[in-house]
Design a protein around this ligand. Structure first.
Ligand code: PEP
Length: 256
């Protein structure tokens, strides 16, 4: 059985103080409930180190929200994967739709970032998902195919052992509109089948596919109970520890 994985993407939110407070709350709630799921938080880059200190001794994992593929050099404003590792990250989110939309992350650039993260042995939450126009035009699977083919070009299945895919329909991110459990299940099943035919059945069977898009404690159980939904990548609701823990606990209940 695939272990469910719930990660909080704090995006460009929190202050130094509030990030520490949120990390403290999540760490102590996870320690108290000891859920049988993986839990990660992905704070803004400047707060990673201080959050790591708070998470010390806790099972809560740390992730970066993005990274650049070069190792070092004259790349003003960028964060390398080495730097993420250095401050204690185990995970990195790559290909998030906000990176694709606002910062020019193409499939080719994401592919280089995935390659660099594989080289550093970091866990990767690789995000894919269609915009509303594509869904309405029945192009969801075509878009997912392009993003999967582009982002994962050139790798072998052995290299993808630490890969998680996050299916995040762009029209559901931060909008309060959630994909129906059936819509999520169908996209996840498509992704798993695609991975089986492009790579192999074992990798596809073991691959965890998170759903992301307005997940809240109220809708988490229904979505997470679908057979191909192995966790959640949570934006807005990860900024309140009680809401985030509501989602973690929903995943944990389904894992009993
Ligand atoms: C996200 O950006 O990864 C996300 C899923 O955001 P939200 O939960 O706010 O829709």
């Amino acid at each position: 059985m695939r272990r469910k994985f719930v990660a909080g993407n704090w995006k460009m939110n929190t202050t130094f103080q509030s990030a520490q407070a949120l990390a403290r709350e999540v760490a102590s709630a996870v320690a108290a409930s000891n859920p049988a799921v993986d839990v990660a938080v992905c704070p803004p880059a400047p707060f990673l180190w201080s959050v790591k200190q708070i998470l010390a001794g806790s099972p809560v994992l740390l992730g970066g929200q993005n990274a650049y593929f070069e190792k070092s050099g004259a790349f003003t404003g960028e964060t390398s994967l080495d730097m993420l590792l250095d401050v204690g990250c185990e995970w990195v989110i790559l290909g998030h739709s906000e990176r694709r939309q606002f910062f020019g992350d193409t499939d080719a650039i994401i592919n280089k970032k995935v390659a660099a993260a594989i080289a550093q042995k970091l866990g990767i939450m690789f995000c894919v998902g269609e915009v509303l126009e594509d869904r309405q035009a029945n192009r969801t699977e075509a878009v997912l195919t392009t993003q999967l083919e582009g982002g994962l070009a050139g790798f072998t299945s052995a290299q993808l052992s630490k890969l998680v895919i996050a299916y995040e329909p762009v029209w559901a991110i931060g909008t309060g509109v959630t994909a129906s459990p059936e819509q999520a299940e169908s996209a996840h099943a498509f992704i798993r089948d695609w991975m089986a035919s492009r790579f192999d059945a074992k990798l596809a069977a073991e691959l965890r596919i998170q759903y992301g898009g307005s997940v809240k404690p109220e809708n988490a159980k229904e979505i997470l109970s679908k057979p191909n939904v192995d966790g959640a990548l949570v934006g807005g609701a990860s900024l309140k520890s009680d809401q985030f823990m509501g989602i973690v606990n929903a995943a944990a209940e389904l894992s009993r």
